[in-house]
Design a protein around this ligand. Sequence first.
Ligand code: NVA
Length: 313
Amino acid sequence: MSSTLPLTSLVNFLADDQLNKAQLLALIELAINIKKHPNDYSQALAGKSVAMIFEKPSLRTHVSFDMGINKLGGHALYLGQQNGKLGERERVSDYAKNLSCFADLIVARVFSHDSIQGLAEHASIPVINALCDVYHPCQALADFVTLSETYADLSQVKLAYVGDGNNVSNSLMLMAATLGVDFTLICPAGHEAQQDIIEKTKLLAQESGSKLTLTNDINAIGKQDVIYTDTWISMGDEDSSKKAEILAKFAPYQVNHALMAKAQASMVLHCQPAHLEEEITTELFDSELSKVFQQAENRMWAQNAVLVTLLAN
Ligand code: NVA
């Protein structure tokens, strides 16, 4: 196990802009090392218990945390909403304080980033954000693990995200800017990233020397190595009366073979679940260009790197 990680100051994993480039690179390296040598880490969480709060549905996040923790010799407990909605039956602060009596770490997928912040503020144990309305840092970390497996030098990679400006694109652009990856965000008008995230990303990109392009024009995609997309309607944003309008507005932003060819891109990524024939064609999702299952697997290795780091402190 590496003992030279610049990560000793890390107490939580809440949002992408809380990690610097050296910390991100160290987590990526650790994730790849755990993936290559899982037996070396099989007791890393021995005797440790992780409470996992899920306010929203999940396949990859739930399974990858549960099985990942098991692979590290730890114990994971799934907490759905059977004990009442977070903050309603009991205050977020009481959730955090109670879980701190029994568990060694909290993983939480929540509707509002305020809940993540409340948990972190009141828990005496580390908290990992497993998706909220603003960030999906576990996904972005796994994505840069996936990119590192193909590209030796991330600073040479040109990454474009096409679709809804959401939690996934926020995390991806913040991490790209920190790591020095050129990033293009292409969203339909009215669905761009939120302003505070754009401002934070601009500052990080300035610091790392990477290029940040924000546009509504799908024809301005330019040359890219990788194109990334996500659902046009995120969990919690569903409004059936708006669905037809969203589908029509986003249709020109579908990621398909024609867009890949136009950008000369050689890889497509998607955090899943995919809405086939909406944001991505089935043909492209199932093609050789698609690394979506490598991405899904890397959720587990990336999260294990975070778990090992937070619980080693
Ligand atoms: N943006 C999506 C990501 C799902 C993993 C959502 O929040 O629903």
